[in-house]
Design a binder for this molecule. Sequence first.
Ligand code: PLP
Length: 446
Amino acid sequence: MPAVGALLAMPDVQGLADHAPRSMVTDAVRAAVERARRDPAAVPSDNSGWFAMIRDELARREQASLRPVFNATGVVLHTNLGRAPLARVAVEAIARTAAGASNLEYDLARGERGSRYVHCASLLCELTGAEDALVVNNGAAALVLALNTLAEGRESIVSRGELIEIGGSFRVPDIMAKSGSILREVGTTNRTHADDYRRAIGERTGAIVKVHRSNFEVRGFVAEATLRDLSPIAREASLPLLMDLGSGLLVSLEAYGLRGEPTVRDAVHDGATLVVMSGDKLLGGPQAGILVGTREAIDRCRRNPLTRALRVDKLTLAALEATLSLYRDPERAVREIPVLALMTASRESIRARAEAAAGILRGAGIDCEVIASEAAVGGGAFPTARLASAAVAIIGKAVDVEQKLRLSPEPVIGRIADDRLLLDLRSIAADQDELFAAAVARALTG
Ligand SMILES: *Cc1c(COP(=O)(O)O)cnc(C)c1O
């Protein structure tokens, strides 16, 4: 086994220190020696073998923890893969805002201290019909803030059919408990009627809460009280009606065959006092929690000291404002907001993109074929919608192909079906196609 000092003295290894701190190069040399010691089969036979091993160790150490990947899973809004990719204007807005100072909390008209909460509020009102709006860190934070503001120490009436788990250890009953509101369950798993809510209203009631069943559907002998049913009941009892919508759908996608997901405007129109939604689900923007509702309810939330702890950052506001602006022209929104563009793209266009990618891969000597597949929206929205899609199926042992793609410098995440690794184009932005195909080719031929 060569000595660490001898390896460090090699000219090639010295060269590595031109681009990396010397201590990191030393650590990489030590790690290489250690690995060779543990695994005799890994001992390089010559100096160039040692150099390659040290270079790879160094590269591994230098790699960022948070890295871009290609989402070829066919799930458009993949929570584990960062949910919504941003529109170009949103990315540009982040870059502009990040690079310098901004009027984040400065009122330019008056030349004095302002509020960060003004920035997306009027746009949100314009797009949803609400009186006022407030943006915080994420959807769960918005729900905690809303419940804490409206019903701390008091009961929140919720249907048993809506005590849901969203995933990632987010359960509505737990969130409600942490908000300081007392859960008052009504109805049954499959059926809850307006009268169930009416009978539960009492001295201790703070709010009536509805939660959108984001990630599943119930069928069969079912009944639910809608916002429209509950709005007169809440009004009569002078109670706020809170709607956790989950996904913030701002334009109807029924023209594209996607039905069943309520729009924010519907929820406001149907009488919700406050509507809670995420910024990075169907809205297609950055991670954020958005509250829209009556002037009074939003004002109370804004003055809640919790708001400070849940506050939104300036880069999020920049990206959200740019994304929301696109919605002023709904056709432009569907074209330019990646989530909407991917969800509404025709099966034929996805197929053509898959054929083009397969052509590039075959050119690189990779055996593959294009097959029909089914993609999904994901992110707790349109849970039962199946989007007709197309995927490149890589010929070869699926687990090996999957691992090579996942561990490559530009990771590609696909899915395995029928013992084949599928790369679904429905969840890859069209302008990434060539980079995507090149990354797959490099990963499988390198
Ligand atoms: C996703 C979701 C949330 C949580 O939103 P995040 O932005 O992920 O924090 C809350 N409620 C419902 C109904 C959801 O679907």
